[in-house]
Design a protein around this ligand. Structure first.
Ligand SMILES: O=C(O)CCC(=O)C(=O)O
Length: 308
């Protein structure tokens, strides 16, 4: 059963579907056309499975002494320790679904700045693909988000589209969401609201009309007075699918898979209900053509108190 924010997404099977798999070796023109039509590409096995697993292992090894992981189990499995729930500041925990204890936060802020993470995110298999896909030289935004979503958390990512947070640059942004290890459907990987990039364009137009009287600085602010809390579109996912008469698209992710999405596509995630008590590890990073206008607010390292 898929749940998020106390709603059951599995209740109406007509509102759920699977992501369409693309082969990264398909002709680039076909992949570009599919991205424009669907607002996303689910690239099966773009990265080498072993490289992804070994990066996962490295991340969890560096979180070993924080109390996050169950002891006496190889850290690469990312099995959560029960004690983390006791050490967690509940309010923040509920907001993010991520451990908020200071050791974990400190360690993650170091990992985010590491050469290993930088090179994982800019590895040639991905950067060459993006360069070819945009037919130019890609730029990777420095603010790269590394998420570890805990099982048994009531929280997940509310529905939103990315441009809300990136309004001060080009709208030709491509987000890459990378599962760092396998993420089964019930472990709450990313999901897309089918066809919603067209809605995202409309919603953003409405916001720009509402925001027109605000200062330039407020207009680009995802948290200005016209936005909902956190810049989210909704926390009621079944209702959103009904409203737009569409489906949430989910899948079982394997290490090596990658999602690419348009900055207007509405996406979210469900609760991590891992029966293996496995932490959902992923990163989401943003690319654009280096020639296009860059939102300089993204020129810093992400950290756990970054509001994203
Ligand atoms: O991983 C998540 O739960 C959210 C990721 C996200 O919002 C994104 O990739 O843009």
């Amino acid at each position: 059963m898929l749940t998020a924010f106390n709603k059951n997404l599995s209740e109406n099977p007509n509102r759920l579907g699977y992501l369409y798999e693309s082969n990264p070796k398909e002709e680039m023109s076909k992949l570009r056309t599919r991205f424009l039509k669907d607002g996303y590409l689910f690239l099966k096995g773009l990265l080498k499975k072993d490289d992804v697993i070994s990066f996962r292992e490295w991340v969890f090894k560096n979180l070993k002494n924080t109390g996050l992981l169950k002891e006496n189990i190889d850290p690469k499995y990312g099995i959560v320790s029960d004690s983390i729930y006791n050490n967690t500041n509940n309010e923040n925990f509920l907001q993010s679904g991520r451990a908020q204890n200071s050791l974990v936060k400190k360690q993650i802020s170091l990992i985010v700045k590491s050469t290993k993470y930088e090179s994982f995110c800019s590895q040639p298999l991905l950067s060459n693909f993006i360069d070819e896909f945009i037919d130019g030289i890609s730029y990777l935004h420095k603010r790269k988000i590394l998420r570890h979503t805990l099982p048994k958390s009531d929280n997940s990512t509310p529905a939103h589209y990315d441009l809300i947070y990136l309004r001060a640059g080009t709208n030709n942004i491509i987000t890459a969401w990378i599962p760092i290890g396998d993420i089964d459907i019930e472990e709450g990987g990313l999901m897309y609201l089918e066809g919603s990039h067209t809605q995202g364009i409309k919603i953003e137009k409405e916001f720009s009309i509402k925001n027109a009287n605000l200062s330039k600085e407020e207009q680009i602010n995802a948290f200005n007075k016209n936005m909902t809390e956190g810049g989210w579109i909704s926390k009621d996912f079944p209702n959103l699918a009904d409203k737009f008469n569409t489906k949430w698209l989910v899948t079982n992710f394997e290490a090596g898979d990658i999602l690419l999405h348009s900055p207007y596509l509405i996406h979210a995630s469900t609760n991590n209900k891992s029966s293996k008590e496995r932490i959902r590890l992923s990163t989401d990073i943003r690319f654009q053509n280096v020639n296009d206008k860059i939102d300089i607010r993204w020129d810093h390292h992400w950290h756990e108190d970054d509001n994203l």
